[in-house]
Write a protein that binds this ligand. Structure first.
Ligand SMILES: NC(=O)c1ccc[n+]([C@@H]2O[C@H](COP(=O)([O-])OP(=O)(O)OC[C@H]3O[C@@H](n4cnc5c(N)ncnc54)[C@H](O)[C@@H]3O)[C@@H](O)[C@H]2O)c1
Ligand SMILES: O=P(O)(O)OC[C@@H](O)[C@@H](O)[C@H](O)[C@H](O)CO
Length: 548
């Protein structure tokens, strides 16, 4: 220790001694107290488990995990994955790992991030040699279930922005067979971009087009070298949309007709529907879990036990992708429509119902909303009386799925924020609840009261500084709720709200009616649905009265 170090150590001891015995030598007791509290603030907090424990990697794996990791490194890359996010790690990668455990698939995954901001997670994956933990927790038939798995199937991590040539070289792999993606609802979208073979393309479909073109050239258009595309994005006919977007880029870039034919005829772009609640990194519990396990894993992902992957394709694909053979809940189907309708209207519809009414009333999370003594029964009534009857599918199956969905929402491990579900709520409401409103009106001639309250709540959440109505949730009361939605749509709602009344109605009631009439918002004039505008504007009149 140098001199300066020794003297500062001595003065620290003296300072502590003086402080302990409250001997004010060079100042008052007050000053000492002040120094102590300042010192406390300056003290480095104790190191956390994440800082002291080893990072997950080959060194900490159990023998079976290590054997799987080593094997993955030797297996051919059969899958290119666009998306480093939570969902794919808790869903498709886990499924491929399951197949590999049973020696059924025998392939590894190369993962790439679809947009530049994904680099942080990709770098973290590199630091962990692609290894991460999946914690599946929840209720199965009322019993608590907890399974921890180490996933080792990601053998290559490639940053397409920094390693564009390595990314394209992957296309030359003769054993590559599949492309899996999850880039959110925003990812499969056409964005014009110039074509320079040496420069990375920014959008996901653009990168995929460049990748396929390299493969087409490398194998001289061999029909046997086409790929099977399995998009997981939650948009209708995701496979068809992806194919359209790739072909649009090919047109833009004036790529040869032979390439476009190869894309259409030798590749398969399958429509798929995914269903699993993947809640990502459990920030509040992570330190405790890491201490218990003896290692840290910043890419730990948590999910519920339930999952379903419905893929519109013949079962013959099992030979190449033996998901069902591995015992996984995967359905090869002729028509995805009933699966999508059932899931979107029941699960996503009830989520949106709870998020809209719940946020207006001071609720924060899905489970809390469902178990709330006053609101819970209302949400359940909305599901069984107003959503379910309008779905033209087998009643028994719908009831089973609805009950199973409620059990999933009651999962004590899932902390699913209503505010996250409410994000981009206008688009979600149109797809997830409007069809149920129409079916209810069509069948009964009446307006579904709970769904109408959800619509009124959603509109109110889009207005500047809506406030929670709850009296029993102090932290929410009076706090402006942040609505995250398309700024253009929010602007339209707010301007319409503020524009002068037309005369026949008054105040909030009239403004609500004008918002329902905006076809650019809903795709149609909602005031034409009998009774809906009266019910919705009735809520606004009630809120206005109670705010006076
Ligand atoms: N988490 C779930 O429970 C769940 C279940 C089913 C479906 N999904 C779908 O997954 C999406 C969210 O994924 P997550 O939960 O893995 O979240 P995440 O934030 O962990 O991952 C999002 C992924 O999408 C990419 N991405 C985001 N915006 C993009 C854009 N504009 N263009 C291209 N790529 C983009 C990110 O780079 C990342 O790879 C949602 O849109 C949802 O529809 C999620
Ligand atoms: O992911 P979003 O934002 O499109 O919707 C929120 C939830 O409804 C959704 O994530 C479900 O949990 C999921 O669709 C279950 O499979």
């Amino acid at each position: 220790m140098g001199r300066a170090g020794r003297s500062s150590a001595r003065s620290r001891v003296a300072w502590r001694y003086r402080a302990r015995y409250r001997l004010p030598k060079r100042g008052t007791l007050f000053q000492i107290r002040f120094r102590i509290s300042r010192r406390k603030c300056e003290m480095k907090p104790e190191a956390t488990a994440s800082e002291t424990l080893p990072l997950i990697g080959p060194d900490i794996l159990q023998p079976d995990g290590l054997a799987r990791f080593r094997r993955s490194g030797e297996l051919p890359v059969k899958v290119l994955q666009f998306g480093e996010g939570n969902f794919l790690r808790g869903f498709a990668d886990w499924m491929l790992e399951t197949c590999n455990r049973k020696q059924l698939f025998n392939g590894a995954v190369a993962v790439t991030q679809p947009r530049p901001s994904g680099k942080t997670k990709l770098d973290q994956l590199k630091a962990q040699n692609g290894i991460y933990t999946l914690l599946v927790r929840g209720l199965r038939e009322g019993q608590r279930l907890e399974e921890k798995e180490t996933v080792t199937v990601l053998s290559r991590m490639i940053d397409p922005y920094g390693e564009w040539e390595s990314f394209l070289e992957l296309a030359e792999g003769p054993e590559l067979e599949f492309v899996i993606s999850n880039t959110t609802e925003a990812g499969i979208a056409y964005r014009h971009s110039e074509w320079n073979p040496r420069e990375p393309v920014s959008s996901f479909p653009g990168k995929l087009t460049a990748f396929l073109y390299r493969r087409f050239e490398r194998f001289s258009g061999d029909p046997g070298k086409g790929l099977i595309h399995l998009p997981c994005e939650l948009i209708e006919q995701n496979g068809d949309r992806l194919l359209e977007t790739v072909l649009r880029h090919a047109d833009d870039w004036r790529l040869p007709d032979a390439f476009k034919s190869w894309v259409r005829e030798s590749n398969r772009f399958l429509n798929t529907l995914v269903d699993r609640i993947v809640t990502g990194f459990p920030a509040e519990e992570a330190e405790g879990l890491f201490s218990e396990w003896g290692y840290a894993d910043p890419l730990l992902v948590t999910s519920e036990p339930y999952y379903l992957w419905a893929i519109q394709a013949g079962r013959e694909l099992e030979e190449r992708l033996p998901l069902e053979t591995a015992g996984l809940n995967v359905r090869w189907v002729d028509d995805l429509t009933p699966f999508r309708m059932r899931k979107v209207r029941i699960l996503n519809g009830t989520h949106t119902l709870m998020a809209t009414i719940g946020l207006m009333n001071g609720l924060r999370e899905v489970r809390e909303a469902l178990e709330h003594p006053a609101w819970g029964p209302k949400f359940i009534q909305g599901l069984f009386d107003e959503i379910l009857p309008g779905i033209p599918l087998d009643r028994g199956e719908l009831l089973a799925y609805a009950n199973e969905t409620l059990e999933r929402f009651r999962n004590p491990y899932i902390r699913h924020r209503l505010a996250d579900i409410a994000m981009n709520g206008i688009a979600k409401w149109k797809v997830r609840l409007l069809p149920s409103v129409k079916a209810y009106i069509g069948a009964t001639g009446k307006t579904p009261p709970i769904l109408a309250e959800s619509l009124a709540s959603m509109i109110r959440l889009c207005l500047p500084e809506p406030h929670s109505e709850s009296d029993d949730n102090q932290s929410q009361k009076g706090t402006p709720l942040q609505t995250r939605d398309d700024p253009l749509l929010l602007d339209l709602i707010r301007k319409t709200w503020q524009s002068p009344t037309t005369g026949d109605g008054d105040g909030a009631k009239d403004s609500a009616r004008r918002i329902l009439a905006l076809t650019e918002l809903w795709g149609e004039d909602l005031t034409e649905l009998p009774g809906l505008a009266d019910k919705v504007s009735g809520h606004f009149a009630k809120w206005e009265k109670s705010s006076r």
